[in-house]
Design a protein around this ligand. Structure first.
Ligand SMILES: [Zn+2]
Length: 448
């Protein structure tokens, strides 16, 4: 991340180009809730797809699942969330603002300097009632993590997938935490999306698998373009480990507000399956046919935030630079994450260009997310595509009507080539799927 990337610049770009809007904005917004716009929904979906591809599609030892957000309330007693998923809360006696006690430095209200109450434990789970009666017996929780949906289905998945350990079960979905102090744009919100893998292993092999997954997850971020220097690992101290964890690493990213957690990779030991066996009365042990033993598996859990990842990819790809005597903002997003893969731009709104340009667009959009833009000058349209991170722009000009060729401009190098229309789809496909993404080697001509 270049030193001058501020959160304000990211928030502003996200609003201006349709990535992320404040939720319920016409009513003044709702604290720490955000909506993903036309570009944001594509970026977010691409992040999730990239994770799913690496974690599920390309592995034969991981399967997916999609469990419900509301679960039997006993799940959260067994998991420890009802008793232990709490933050210490203090309230200012003067202005009545509430704070997390462990984030207060001088025991005074950060807003007005007033005196604070004694801390009390505040449970972070959202509670609601299932059915028409608002009574204790019908209390349900919005899940604070997707992991428990995986644990309670462990036996179902092992039985039906016919796979042996080590076996991973992956899930992407919404989680809810009633944070006392959310903030930093989409970094900490009360409603967010999780990408979680629970990887079940034989006890005794768990330390090795933790190291393995830490490396895998770091590599994943870098393979999608995150700068190595902006990532670091931090091992949790014994005093900060969650109640279920034997060991835990955070993958941290250098966000504009400083190093912050992008993903946690925890060794959850056999805590969850043991607890659920106890509370449900079901035997959740596993018979290892190869070793002839029965045991309760240990679990390694890489748990990533979708929204945090989106923010990291935005921050890391954000660049301001001077090209051709003008300033431009460009998102150098990895092609697999870019909301639009290609934009089709007729040189002008001249009616002779439109039919061919529309035809090129129609052909491309069955293969790629493609944008069609004929508003304003070509220069301004290039700048817009740069700001949303579109890797390629295809320009249809008057010459195209004669020779059936179009100009392709590459986002990062600004290299341009002319290409026959019949080769366009294949050329873009090759460029977009290439692991080594360096247009300059193929396309030598600079933008005029
Ligand atoms: Zn106060």
């Amino acid at each position: 991340m270049p030193a001058d990337v501020t959160m304000d610049k990211i928030v502003s770009l996200c609003k201006r180009r349709g990535f992320i809007f404040p939720s319920s904005e016409i009513y003044g917004g709702l604290g720490s809730c955000w909506d993903y716009g036309p570009m944001g929904v594509e970026l977010k979906r691409n992040v999730k797809n990239a994770w799913w591809r690496t974690i599920v599609q390309e592995r034969d030892d991981v399967v997916g699942i999609d469990t419900s957000i509301m679960m039997h309330p006993e799940v959260w007693k067994a998991s420890g969330h009802v008793d232990s998923f709490t933050d210490p809360l203090v309230e200012c006696k003067s202005c009545h603002l509430r704070w997390r006690a462990d984030e207060i430095e001088n025991q005074k209200c950060p807003q007005c300097g007033g005196e604070l109450t004694e801390p009390r434990m505040f449970n972070l789970m959202f509670r609601t009632f299932m059915g028409p009666l608002e009574e204790t017996a019908s209390t349900v929780y919005l899940r604070p993590e997707t992991a428990q949906g995986i644990f309670v289905n462990f036996e179902n998945v092992v039985t039906t997938s016919r796979k042996k350990l080590p076996l991973g079960i992956a899930q992407i979905g919404k989680s809810f935490r009633n944070e006392i102090t959310p903030g930093n744009f989409i970094f900490r919100t009360r409603e967010f999306e999780h990408m979680e893998l629970e990887y079940f292993v034989k006890p005794g092999t768990d330390d090795g698998w933790l190291d393995y997954w830490v490396k895998q997850r770091l590599d994943w971020y870098m393979s999608l373009g995150i700068t190595k220097e902006n990532l670091r690992l931090r091992q949790h101290g014994k005093d900060e480990l969650a109640h279920y964890a034997k060991d835990c690493y955070d993958v941290e990213y250098l966000f504009p507000m400083g190093w912050s957690e992008l993903e946690g990779i925890a060794n959850r030991s056999d805590y969850d399956l043991t607890q659920h066996a106890k509370h449900s009365g079901k035997d959740l042990s596993y018979y290892d046919g190869q070793d002839g033993e029965r045991y309760v598996p240990y679990v390694i859990e890489p748990s990533a935030g979708v929204d945090r990842s989106v923010l990291a990819f935005l921050v890391d790809s954000y660049h301001e630079e001077v090209v051709e005597g003008g300033n431009r903002v460009v998102l150098r997003l990895h092609p697999s994450l870019a909301p639009m893969k290609v934009a089709v731009l007729p040189l002008s709104r001249n009616e002779r260009l439109a039919p061919l340009a529309r035809d090129v667009y129609r052909r491309l959009c069955s293969s790629f997310m493609a944008d069609y833009d004929d508003s304003q000058s070509i220069g301004r349209r290039y700048r817009r595509q740069d700001e949303i991170g579109t890797p390629f722009c295809v320009t249809v000009d008057f010459e195209s009507l004669q020779d059936n060729q179009v100009t392709i401009r590459e986002r990062d190098s600004l290299a341009q080539i002319r290409l026959p229309l019949e080769e366009l789809d294949e050329a873009l496909r090759a460029k977009l799927s290439g692991e080594a993404f360096d247009a300059t080697t193929l396309w030598a001509t600079r933008e005029k």
